[in-house]
Design a protein around this ligand. Structure first.
Ligand code: GLU
Length: 510
């Protein structure tokens, strides 16, 4: 690579960062790290109409949670600042002037009503070489008129003068060469006097140039802007240092065709935002991966594989492994279906890698939420509980439904199993079981199991019915970890107490 790798993630603070934006940030980060380059976070807030308070903090918090580290940015500082576009007005003004001075742009005074009239008069109206000669701009008005309009404070825009009939080539590292004829492009607005701010296109390429960006890695939705950007680089005389373009494939609906949207998440029950978002205007709350119980490592791993593959079937990869393996050559051009079920599988897999003691700590807030004071239980107890049930969970929250019986005695008994297992002889059998258990000096799983099973076989009892009735009384339902591991942890007194309660409360179904 001939120039130092410098990439940027350039979100607009118009709301919560969408999961697709997170993937863009991640790919930029992986590429930067892999090439010993720099990752820049630039806040593109030139659209004052769409600015949403809190969105910038949200972006920072989300990237930090995911472990996507920023080298240069608003918070981090850096030699190419400011990194927030609303603080770079002077720079843009100067660059707009450069284009005007070189006749690569012009000033246009057309009012919204005039533009509307042009549009209704010509259904395919486009402000370009074929129409600009009949509009109110510095190409059709005299220099004096232009000056006096500006002096009078008339609002104007600066438009890019696009020369028609040229093939513009965008060389994209994923998509290859894309050629577009300049005649289809309109004279894009680059600057608006009304708010003294540039539009996205101008600010974006001026900053990419000044910040010495080597690769522009962004979502495919920006591909249509790329030819215009190529022309802007050329107009400024920067073609030699133009960044390489990399347009990432779209994230698609998990089912069917089309772009992934928030509605898909609501419909199918998965978040499309990294963190929970509280909309400051509507008060609406949108769920986030963090609050839904995902581990950041699982989210990163899941997203990394939506549009890229390592060239083999490795699925579980840490951030360091992703950095080592990532390559633009293995990014696909086709859209990636957002397989959220796979996301759950990743979370399941990552939870299995968390050591039991740590998982036990993560379980504490869940216990609290369900009215159980975690301080009433030793860390050792909690650790043993999670080690027994973690194989069944996708989320930390799932620990509760799989392990609640370790903390509270069942008060309800699964009806289906009562009907099947609590045969009329069960109360009697359970009484005998109590006396057997009481007689045990060693209540460990290894010691209790052969004694109880021996009693069942020696007396010709029904193994399935007796063991399930036992489980029903202790757990409340016929599922869960190995029965004697449960009773070992609950202890003799608690186990017996529960069987007694079962005899008392479970009514056999005739
Ligand atoms: N501000 C644009 C966005 O919100 C940046 C697009 C780009 O990366 O050029 O996505």
């Amino acid at each position: 690579m001939d120039r130092p790798v410098r990439v940027r993630f350039a979100p607009s603070p118009t709301g919560p960062l969408h999961i697709g934006g997170v993937r863009t940030a991640l790919y930029n980060y992986l590429f930067a790290r892999q090439n010993g380059g720099k990752m820049i976070l630039r806040i593109e807030d030139t659209d004052s109409q769409r600015f949403v308070p809190g969105a910038e903090d949200y972006i920072n918090e989300a990237l930090a949670w995911l472990g996507i580290e920023i080298d240069e940015g608003v918070r981090e500082g850096g030699p190419f600042g400011p990194y927030k576009q609303s603080e770079r007005r002077d720079i843009y003004r100067e660059h707009v002037k450069m284009l005007l001075d070189n006749n690569r742009a012009y000033i246009a005074f057309d009012t919204p009503a005039e533009l509307e009239a042009a549009r209704s008069a010509h259904p395919n109206f486009q402000y370009d070489a074929s129409t600009r000669g009949s509009m109110r701009n510095s190409l059709t008005l005299s220099a004096e008129e232009v000056e006096s309009l500006i002096a009078a404070g008339t609002p104007y825009v600066v438009r890019f003068l696009i020369e028609p009939g040229r093939d513009v080539e965008v060389d994209d590292l994923i998509r290859g060469k894309v050629v577009i004829n300049s005649s289809v492009l309109d004279d894009k607005v680059l600057y608006k006097s009304a708010d003294d701010l540039p539009t996205y296109h101008l600010a974006n390429i001026v900053d990419d140039h000044l910040m010495e960006i080597s690769h522009v890695i962004r979502g495919e939705e920006w591909l249509p802007s790329a030819p215009l950007h190529v022309l802007l680089y050329e107009a400024f005389g920067w073609s030699d240092t133009m960044p390489r373009f990399v347009h990432l494939p779209l994230l698609l609906k998990p089912d069917g065709k089309g772009k992934l949207s928030k509605r898909d998440g609501d419909r199918l029950g998965f978040p499309v935002f990294p963190l929970e978002w509280h909309d400051p205007k509507s008060g609406e709350i949108s769920s986030g991966y963090r609050e839904s119980g995902y581990l950041p490592q699982a989210v990163v791993n899941f997203l990394a594989l939506l549009g890229w593959n390592p060239g083999d079937d490795t699925e579980i990869m840490s951030m360091d492994e992703l950095v080592a393996k990532f390559s633009l050559d293995h990014c696909s051009r086709a859209g990636a279906k957002f397989a959220f079920e796979k996301g759950k599988w990743f979370n399941h897999s990552y939870l299995q890698m968390v050591d039991d003691a740590t998982l036990a700590q993560m379980f504490k807030p869940v216990l609290k939420k369900h009215g159980v004071n975690p301080d009433d239980w030793s860390d050792d107890y909690l650790t043993r509980v999670v080690s027994m049930v973690k194989g069944r969970i996708n989320f930390v929250n799932d620990l509760w439904e799989n392990a609640s019986f370790f903390f509270v005695q069942p008060t309800e008994y699964e009806a289906k199993s009562v009907k099947k297992r609590w045969t009329p002889d069960m109360p009697g059998n359970m009484k005998t079981l109590i006396s057997i258990l009481r007689g045990l000096d060693d209540f460990s799983s290894a010691a209790a199991e052969p004694v109880v099973l021996g009693w069942i076989t020696d007396n010709g009892l029904h193994m399935g019915n007796v063991m399930n009735a036992f489980r029903l009384a202790v757990v409340g339902q016929c599922k869960g970890p190995h029965m004697f591991d449960i009773t070992e942890l609950l202890g003799k007194e608690e186990t017996i107490k529960r069987i007694e309660a079962g005899i008392e409360n479970i009514k056999p179904v005739e």
